[in-house]
Ligand binder design. Structure first.
Ligand code: WQD
Length: 369
């Protein structure tokens, strides 16, 4: 006679036991990961990869920088209904409700504004949201003893690399070139101070280079609200006719062709790096704090992006040169060897794959306003 039979005799009671207890047991097995900004561009791709890796992502997003079309794509990709709570990370009380509801085993904090150019024009929007949001989430992580914390940081913390175009995590950092970059540098400083005060925390600052592309299935991708700030979505929107013409900001930089050079990292590769980071932190017995570059290690100029797009889309792009954009770094790309060594991660997609997937996504959402 097994344990269940021992506890209860009638089949009805047995059914109740199974219906009530086993799910709770299953819930105990859930590895809930709080994903703030999880309905956004990088967040949504990370939700897919977390689910595929057996985690249960809980999205906290107020959709200020996300389009609800993402929910349909997520449902198809994860083959279930994503757990989504519409909440502003700056609303500490509402965020606390989530920590009371779920036993989070980790946190990935994406929720932040991220456009370099826009941050120069509207700095306080960036300081309020990016700093207050982080402080709220890390305070709750400490209160509820959620020790595994991945922070969405950025290569903009390096500022303008002195001479060095390829940077590693220990490269000298000059002052960030934009308020956006300052919010990420301040965020890393906050986390360092938190770690010093609570060495049980296990913190990983993922310094993204330039996230680009879309999911290869065409089910989710970047959905800029209004006019895109970033290069590739502006290129694809110009290609599809949503924008009349791309302006290339500056052609007199000391680079291969006079235009700025960046390390464009496919968003799916970037999402996978987050899963590797959460897994790495959960495996560590002791507290730690680490910064890790997430990039391809290759630099691509704006003109090279345009030429690749024209080849992939088999059409010419309408573009012109314009003045430099304040806040732009001239040339920067990643030494990603630490990500490979620590997380066993490296980029698998190329810039051409990213442009192809971004263009495919642009065509998928052509009629969606
Ligand atoms: C790239 C280049 C522009 C638009 C991004 C993210 C930021 C961070 C770092 C993650 C620049 C030029 C752009 C246009 C152009 N990533 N450009 N015409 O500024 O490197 O920052 O990567 O945290 O979140 O924003 O990316 O795509 O805005 O610009 O010429 O219409 O393309 O001047 O040289 P950036 P970007």
């Amino acid at each position: 006679m097994n344990f269940i039979d021992l506890c209860i005799s009638s089949s009805t009671q047995k059914l109740k036991f199974i219906q009530f207890v086993l799910p709770l047991k299953r819930m105990d097995k859930q590895r809930y990961i709080l994903v703030t900004g999880g309905a956004g561009y990088i967040g949504s791709h990370t939700v897919v990869e977390l689910t595929r890796a057996g985690y249960t992502p809980v999205i906290a997003d107020d959709f200020r920088n996300a389009n609800r079309i993402v929910v349909d794509g997520l449902e198809k990709l994860i083959e279930s209904t994503p757990i989504i709570h519409e909440v502003d990370v700056c609303d500490a009380n509402h965020m606390r409700d989530l920590f009371e509801k779920y036993a989070f085993t980790g946190i990935i904090h994406f929720a932040a504004y991220k456009a370099v150019g826009e941050s120069v024009m509207d700095p306080l929007k960036y300081y309020h949201n990016n700093i207050q949001g982080l402080v709220n989430v890390i305070e709750l992580a400490l209160e509820f003893s959620v020790h595994n914390f991945v922070f969405s940081s950025s290569c903009t913390v390096y500022g303008e690399p002195e001479g060095l175009k390829v940077v590693n995590e220990d490269s000298p950092k000059s002052k960030p070139n934009s308020p956006y970059g300052h919010t990420k540098a301040i965020g890393e400083q906050i986390l360092m101070d938190v770690f010093k005060s609570d060495p049980e925390m296990k913190i990983m600052n993922l310094r993204y280079f330039n996230p680009v592309g879309a999911h290869p299935t065409g089910l989710i991708g970047e959905f800029p609200i209004g006019k895109p700030n970033n290069l590739l979505p502006f290129v694809t929107q110009t290609g599809i006719g949503k924008q009349a013409e791309l302006t290339v900001f500056g052609n007199d930089y000391p680079t291969v062709d006079g235009t700025c050079v960046r390390d464009y990292i496919h968003v799916v590769d970037l999402a996978k790096a987050h899963v590797k980071a959460i897994h790495f932190l959960s495996e560590q017995a002791d507290g730690l704090i680490e910064a890790v570059n997430i990039g391809t290690g290759n630099g691509t100029s704006i003109l090279e992006v345009i030429n690749l797009f024209e080849k992939i889309a088999n059409q010419s792009l309408n573009w012109k040169f314009g003045p430099r954009r304040p806040g732009d770094v001239i040339e920067i790309y990643a030494d990603a060897s630490k990500a490979n060594r620590l997380l066993n991660w490296q980029a698998e997609y190329s810039i051409s794959d990213a442009i192809e997937h971004a263009w495919n996504w642009e065509k998928m959402i052509k009629n969606y306003e």
